[in-house]
Design a protein around this ligand. Structure first.
Ligand code: GLC
Length: 809
């Protein structure tokens, strides 16, 4: 089944049927004001933090029809019939109405047609603003004069701390109230605070300060209002049939210590063919702020201009990399949606979606260091800033804090580590993971290769606890930490987890996956040392890498696979195990790290295909665990075929694709890409259920009764790993220290493709031709008419604008 299509020209996904298998969502806003919106106008918003800045209430994991939203109801004042500008909440019979939702980059437009009345509602957060706009155009196409009321509805939280708002009702139900004056509803929270607040000791989690929120209406006079949610909705009713709308007017109620809402009514008289616009603004601030903002929207064309600016800003970022291949769905993802998703994961880490309820108040270390990889080609400056922040989250022992708070500041001697009770209490973490800091090496290298900014290695950055060092020394410390945590096979202890959150090996167990990562970290460090002319460091890193290599080969190789690890002497991922005998991560990382021999690489990747692959990607391991490995294997708690228990974890699919391209299997790499490309499921939405335009954390594997069903949308490492796989792997556009390597690895049926990209401020137009249908190999490169040997274009050959022609063969 199909519910929509990609409009690549506009960079929009257009949902033509509103009854999608799940809420198909989009993001609005920025790091300052975040908002989530579904194709039916549901969702929530917050200032700065989803945990402690919540403005609009979200209700999670409820049947979609019972969630609050940014609702606009329409009521025909003659017939009394009413409907909504999004299909929910009123849910008119779909044979009598039409709803189309266009999700764009940080805006959503929902249009409706019912009974001769058309609406178009544009939702967005203006650039650099702390409020959201809902602009509704209402058009009378019925051929006769109509009198239509528009009712708005927004449900405010009573307390910005979303957890307190939802669970501590004996307190939070009594702290908020609403006011109304001249088209403006104001909600206050703890309004006496400014008088006496400072001397009141606050309970943990409670903001205990004064907050104000506003909801202003521009373009028509508000004729009635409700500030009390329960008065607007009415007893024993719900969002689909509020009493105010049914009666045809609000009750002019004000909330006093219950639940606040912004219910307003305006009446539009529309001649045949006439269109009117009403604009709603909602955000954080008191009356003076609100009035100033409302004034701005009296200006003709303001919404169009702001939307134009918003699109210009984001489109120009995303357009730094353009692609045209024979596969339109590949282009939709790499050129638009995957890029957009990478920015969203970069912004919100794993904090706020319809699945992540916004409580996580920081950047998960490993997730964020990987998320950065997805945007380096589009926004290297932001990538650098975030890298700095993450490096400042590394302790002076070289290991990293599991979580870096959103409000963390880079400054020396903050004393943050797992030895600090405040940190432990705020995060709940008591142990370090073995992999967190190991992601830094690839990301720092990718940043340096993109920008040529080797000087970054000399930048001094504080540690999270005490002291400071250059980036280069941070990286050395990370390696030293890992080398101090090797087990009896000379491999990395698993500690609280390696990338796989469910594998808790502690200091009894070793992980082969993270050992490959450490091997690669040593190689990268040696590369940096070489560039800096530090011979001793090169020797040291290479010697350590060699030792590790020998241990891996000696203990972790088992004829046709690399094992996953050890618990004491027991082997995880051995062919002799009856469950979980073959794992994806060590196979792909043996190739990515360069530690597998050519022969091993071929064997293990063939076996990945044979043992793990399905129509929807490769499972994380197989067979699922049902009886074995507990308590080290937390995945045993998941139903077989889900998540880490033999689900198709999507994040590693990017690694797999990249690994295949490294050994020249373009056909297979592309097939894997197709298997996990959500756009390829556009016509099978009833199977995938999740949005066809975003990657998910996992898809159910073959042991589930629902193979192919996808879960945990938007905020996942899949975004960046698939991006890197597509750019560097399939398209083969690989920035290097002194230029750009172009080494595509494509399916043999791709006869050509085109990439446009900015590289160190220079524009590159790259045309790749593949006349003899090879999967890999470059015969010649011509840059600006000059032929170059090999597949490497030195930066010295690049002008401001460049035409590059690549012939594969
Ligand atoms: C989730 C976590 C990520 C972890 C992965 C595998 O995606 O966010 O940190 O690596 O699961 O367990």
């Amino acid at each position: 089944m199909k519910f929509g299509y990609f409009d690549n020209e506009k960079k929009e996904y257009v949902i033509t049927r509103p009854d999608t298998p799940r809420e198909w969502t989009n993001y609005l806003g920025s790091l300052e004001y975040g908002a989530i919106i579904t194709n039916n106008a549901q969702g929530y918003s917050f200032v700065k933090s989803g945990a402690s800045g919540r403005i609009l209430r979200g209700r999670f994991n409820v049947p979609p029809a019972s969630a609050p939203g940014r609702y606009i109801y329409l009521r025909d004042m003659e017939s009394g019939d009413y409907w909504s500008a999004s299909w929910l909440p009123v849910k008119k019979d779909l044979s009598k109405c039409e709803y189309v939702c266009r999700h764009g980059i940080l805006y959503t437009i929902i249009s409706s047609k019912y009974d001769g009345i058309e609406t178009e509602t544009t939702y967005y957060v203006p650039l650099n603003s702390l409020y959201e706009v809902w602009a509704v155009k209402v058009r009378n196409n019925s051929g006769r004069k109509r009198k239509i009321s528009l009712f708005s509805f927004a449900e405010f939280t009573n307390e910005p701390n979303e957890n307190q708002d939802l669970v501590n009702m004996q307190y939070t139900l009594f702290i908020s109230r609403t006011y109304y004056k001249d088209n403006l509803i104001i909600q206050t929270i703890n309004e006496n605070y400014s008088e006496i607040g400072k001397i009141i000791p606050q309970e943990e989690g409670i903001s205990g300060r004064r907050f104000n929120r506003f909801f202003g209406v521009i373009g028509a006079e508000v004729v009635s209002y409700d500030g009390d949610r329960d008065v607007f909705i009415g007893s024993y009713r719900d969002y689909s049939n509020p009493i105010a709308v049914e009666k045809g007017h609000c009750s002019n109620s004000l909330n006093y210590g219950k639940n606040s809402c912004a219910g307003t009514q305006v009446v539009l008289e529309l001649e045949a063919g006439e269109e009117k616009e009403v604009i709603y603004v909602l955000g954080d601030g008191a009356e003076a702020t609100a009035r100033k903002i409302m004034e701005k929207y009296k200006e003709e064309g303001r919404v169009e201009r702001e939307l134009y600016e918003l699109k210009k800003y984001w489109h120009s970022k995303i357009e730094k990399f353009k692609v045209k291949t024979p596969d339109e769905f590949f282009d939709s993802m790499v050129g638009v949606w995957n890029a957009y998703q990478c920015f969203i994961t970069f912004f919100w880490s794993r904090a706020a979606s319809m699945i992540y309820v916004g409580h996580r108040d920081g950047y998960g270390y490993r997730d964020t260091v990987q998320d950065i990889q997805g945007i380096i080609h589009l926004d290297p400056d932001s990538a650098k800033d975030r890298l700095r922040l993450m490096l400042a989250g590394q302790t002076s022992k070289g290991v990293a804090l599991p979580l870096v708070f959103f409000d963390y500041e880079i400054k020396p001697n903050q004393g943050l580590s797992l030895e600090n009770p405040y940190y432990v209490k705020r995060t709940g973490y008591t142990e370090y993971r073995c992999d967190d800091h190991l992601w830094l090496y690839i990301t720092v290298r990718q940043y340096v290769k993109e920008t040529g900014d080797l000087g970054f290695l000399d930048e001094v950055i504080p540690y999270s606890d005490y002291g400071e060092d250059t980036v280069y020394e941070h990286l050395r410390k990370g390696i030293l930490f890992s080398l101090s945590k090797l087990g009896k096979h000379g491999l990395t202890y698993g500690l609280d987890a390696d990338w796989n959150d469910c594998l808790r090996l502690g200091e009894e167990g070793e992980t082969v996956f993270a050992s490959f990562q450490l091997y690669l970290a040593l190689k990268i460090f040696a590369e940096f040392a070489e560039r800096k002319g530090k011979k001793e460091d090169v020797e040291w890193a290479e010697k350590e890498a060699k030792k590790l290599y020998e241990n891996i080969q000696k203990y972790a190789w088992e004829e046709d696979r690399f094992v996953r690890g050890f618990i004491g002497d027991e082997v995880i991922g051995s062919k002799n195990n009856k469950e979980a005998s073959f794992w994806l991560e060590p196979q792909v990382w043996s190739v990515l790290s360069g530690a597998a021999t050519e022969e091993q690489a071929k064997i293990v990747l063939d076996n990945v295909e044979r043992i793990l692959n399905t129509d929807y990607g490769a499972m994380l391991m197989y067979p699922p665990v049902k009886t074995w490995g507990f308590p080290v294997f937390r995945m045993i708690l998941f139903n077989p075929g889900m998540k880490e228990n033999a689900g198709i974890f999507c994040h590693p699919q990017g690694w797999l694709i990249r690994a295949e391209t490294m050994i020249g299997n373009g056909d297979r790499a592309y097939r894997y890409y197709q298997e996990v490309n959500p756009a390829n499921m556009n016509d099978k939405a009833e199977i995938r259920e999740a949005e066809p335009y975003v990657h998910c954390q996992f898809v159910e594997g073959k042991d589930s009764p629902f193979p192919g069903r996808a879960h945990v949308h938007w905020l996942t490492g899949t975004a960046s790993s698939m991006m890197v796989a597509a750019l560097e792997g399939i398209l083969g556009i690989q920035p290097d220290y002194d230029g750009l390597r172009i080494d595509p690895c494509v399916p043999s049926h791709w006869k050509k493709f085109y990439v446009e990209r900015v590289f160190r401020g220079k524009k590159l137009r790259i045309e790749v031709e593949n006349p003899s249908g090879v999967q890999k190999g470059v015969k010649s490169i011509i840059i600006n008419g000059k032929e170059i040997r090999g597949n490497f274009v030195p930066i010295t050959e690049m002008k401001d604008e460049n035409e590059i022609k690549v012939i594969m063969g």
